[in-house]
Write a protein that binds this ligand. Structure first.
Ligand code: AMP
Length: 286
């Protein structure tokens, strides 16, 4: 596996690959890699001649200083995991490489970023849009892989690619979970063993909520159920629970028979912010 820290040599290397008519798959990450990231890498390795993974903790997408400062780092282990996953190229730039001067661009994704993560993390998607655009321009991949765990991000990146005429297929890969159901996340490293068990309730609750929504159809009832459950449960502080229509990400009050929806949640466990979602595909009448 080749490791690059600078843009120019990486671009030259990838240009050669393109000249040889080989396809490039790209997996952008912030490191502290786990099996969720590696599922994206594996998919890219399967579907492309060359896989590029980037590891960069992008400061402009953090709206919370403490979250940024405490973000886990394990670069040596990350490199080992990527080598084992047959990743071909890793790009590990620093801040002066990615932001030689502070960027003035602000990105706004309109209704796609108005709610949920966009509302509770102001500026987050502007930072995501900016860094992903920079990375797409550097790597110029054929396919790019993102996780369903960050569902709103997946849809925003699809929109970005469409609006800016990037010739890239954006693929959304299903969420990889711990045995207890907890969605894998780099931030889980900040949870104690006990907190990880408690955090698994988030996914259990989402599954129960999905079942209730399928039979009841009234979002309000399901929201009340989730909120009441979490008032009882100690150590899980709910930030939001919403049902959104896909792919527009509008909050809905009722689900229709035809249509696709997602139940999305953000909660804090022991001071660590976690998000998760489940998708309701076609909703058929009983
Ligand atoms: P991050 O390093 O958290 O920015 O994540 C990099 C990519 O990995 C994003 O596209 C995430 O959605 C994806 N990802 C993170 N956790 C998971 C998971 N548990 N399952 C699948 N994909 C994930």
């Amino acid at each position: 596996m080749q490791i690059f820290e600078q843009i120019k040599p990486l671009k030259a290397h990838l240009l050669e690959i393109k000249r040889n008519k080989k396809t490039i798959g790209f997996v952008p990450t912030m490191g502290a890699l786990h099996k969720g990231h590696l599922a994206l890498v594996r998919k890219s390795v399967e579907e492309n001649d060359t896989t590029v993974c980037s590891i960069y903790i992008n400061p402009t997408q953090f709206n919370n200083k403490e979250d940024f400062e405490k973000y886990p780092k394990s670069i040596k282990n990350d490199i080992r995991l990527l080598q084992e996953s047959e990743c071909d190229v890793t790009f590990i730039p620093d801040n002066t490489t990615m932001y030689p001067e502070s960027s003035l661009i602000q990105m706004n994704f309109g209704s796609l970023s108005a709610e949920l993560e966009g509302r509770y993390r102001p500026g987050h998607f502007s930072g995501v849009g900016l860094i992903v655009t920079k990375l797409f321009n550097i790597v110029n991949p054929d396919n790019a892989y993102f996780g369903q765990k960050d569902l709103q991000q997946c849809l925003i990146i699809k929109q970005l690619v469409k609006d800016l005429f990037f010739d890239i297929n954006v693929k959304c890969v299903p969420t990889v979970r711990e045995d207890n159901g907890l969605a894998m996340s780099s931030r889980n490293k900040r949870l104690s063993g006990e907190a990880r068990e408690k955090a698994a309730d988030i996914y259990k609750l989402l599954k129960v909520a999905k079942g209730r929504l399928l039979s009841d159809k009234q979002v309000e009832h399901v929201k009340n159920f989730v909120e009441e459950y979490l008032i009882e449960a100690e150590d899980i502080d709910l930030e939001y629970f919403e049902v959104v229509r896909l792919p527009g990400f509008e909050i809905v009050k009722k689900i229709e028979e035809k249509g696709s929806y997602a139940l999305c949640i953000a909660a804090h466990v022991n001071g660590v912010r976690l998000i998760d979602n489940v998708i309701l595909k076609e909703v058929n009448a009983d």
